[in-house]
Design a protein around this ligand. Structure first.
Ligand SMILES: O=C(O)C1=C[C@@H](OP(=O)(O)O)[C@@H](O)[C@H](O)C1
Ligand SMILES: C=C(OP(=O)(O)O)C(=O)O
Length: 423
């Protein structure tokens, strides 16, 4: 029998006074777009404050790698953006990732790239990674209809390569559009680097003319998705004088997850923008909150856990895309919220959900499974402001926010139970 050391769970206890300044990780979404655009200029941009997130480090590594295989691990943007980038730059690559990545659909993007002239084949299951990029000879076609309701990352991937296409690109987005702020972020960053982009949101049409990017310096903003966990800490803190200063955030952000400012006002957190970022303090809480997460799906877990523990009834819509992210986040929330005395129920099939507290008591500390999903770990960590909690596989946070536990250790005691597991 071998003794192996697995990633020890994190136990979070004893929140004291919550008075803290957090430098925050920078945005992996902004970083990964800037890196693709930089690569399309021949790596001539001076990118500042790039994210230390694994998703971004993977992007950096794969952009420079000469290997025939690009393993994106569990990074969705890296998979989708690189598939388009390697195609348009004529690089023959095998694109693969974790087993979960190979369950996350990519057919909509591949179909669009094929229309533009790509030769791409699936190596296992049609519509899913792994896939093989065999070559690209650009077609006359520069007008594509594409569904907007599965993942905005396909659209971001296509528009970023569009300035290099001989005829540019016109994308007609069909159906509902999910995660639209991420598309707008892409277009804003492209425009900053000199691309000629036009979005008509009345007709859901995006037009990009052929025109090379202009290399320029660019500084990445702090990560609003990562900031959301600090909002939850402030909302759940017992310390009525709690004050959290989050550095590097701006009130006018490219990131749609800055919607956390408005959401958390109902959950008892006031935001004051300062020269250095945003200051969180406590304010009165509502008893009920309804929110449509179509534009900000990555906030749903944070808000669901926070509302559940605070005893605020929450109605969620726009969370369909959660089922195809790092894990099925709806199922994961349903299982784990029970452990902190709450439940997530479906009010209208696949459309409207409710989170509410249960009257029965629950076992403390709860041990939360994270399902290879960084946001499960970080969404449940703030529960420590109310009761002891154990988070399994805590290093999942490395995907987007590697310093998360170091930062949490400033408002809670974080113990990694260093035990030997027998196999
Ligand atoms: O473009 C991006 O940077 C992202 C878009 C969103 O994905 P979907 O468009 O698949 O919802 C979001 O959930 C993801 O974390 C990052
Ligand atoms: C869904 C996420 O990332 P991605 O789709 O890029 O893997 C996320 O960070 O929550």
């Amino acid at each position: 029998m071998n003794a192996v050391r697995l990633s020890p769970p994190a136990t979070l206890t004893n929140p004291g006074i919550v008075q803290v300044t957090i430098p925050l990780a920078s945005s992996k979404s902004e970083s990964n777009r800037a890196l693709i655009i930089d690569a399309l200029t021949g790596f001539q941009c001076d990118l500042k404050n790039l994210s230390t997130a694994r998703d971004t480090q993977t992007m950096i590594r794969l952009l420079k790698s000469q290997d025939n295989t690009a393993d994106v691990l569990d990074a969705g943007t890296t998979m989708r953006f690189l598939t388009a980038y390697f195609t348009v730059t004529g690089q023959q690559k095998t694109m693969t990732g974790t087993p979960r990545m190979c369950e996350r659909p990519i057919g909509i993007l591949v179909d669009a790239l094929r229309t533009l002239g790509a030769d791409i084949t699936y190596l296992n299951k049609e519509g899913y990674p792994p896939l093989q990029i065999n070559g690209f000879s650009s077609s006359e076609s520069n007008r594509i209809s594409i569904r907007g309701d599965v993942s905005s990352q396909y659209i971001s991937a296509l528009v970023m390569i569009a300035p290099l296409l001989p005829n540019g690109l016109t994308l007609e987005l069909t159906g509902a559009i999910g995660s639209r702020p991420y598309i707008e972020m892409t277009l804003e960053q492209m425009a900053y680097f000199g691309a000629d982009v036009q979005a008509d949101w009345a007709t859901n049409t995006i037009t990009i003319t052929p025109k090379p990017y202009t290399p320029k310096p660019y500084a990445i903003e702090s990560d609003w998705s990562g900031a959301s966990y600090w909002y939850s800490v402030a909302a759940l803190a017992q310390d009525e004088t709690a004050e959290i200063n989050l550095l590097g955030l701006k009130s006018k952000s490219l990131q749609g997850d800055s919607a956390i400012v408005d959401i958390m006002r109902s959950l008892g957190v006031e935001s004051t923008f300062t020269e250095s970022g945003v200051r969180l303090t406590k304010c009165p809480t509502s008893e009920f909150l309804a929110w449509d997460f179509t534009d900000c799906p990555d906030l749903a877990q944070t808000v669901a856990v926070c509302a559940a523990v605070k005893g605020v009834t929450l109605h969620l819509t726009g969370i369909e895309s959660l089922k195809i992210k790092e894990t099925d986040r709806v199922a994961a929330l349903q299982a784990e919220l029970q452990k902190v005395g709450a439940e997530l129920v479906e009010l209208e099939p696949n459309h409207r959900y409710e989170v509410h507290q249960l009257t029965a008591s629950h076992t403390v500390p709860a041990t939360i499974k994270t399902y290879d999903d960084h946001r499960m770990a970080m969404a449940f960590a703030p529960v420590a402001m109310r009761e002891e909690i154990i988070i399994e596989e805590p290093r999942v946070v490395d995907k987007s926010y590697p310093s998360f536990w170091d930062d949490m250790a400033r408002v809670a005691t974080v113990d990694f139970i260093d035990e030997l597991f027998q196999v």
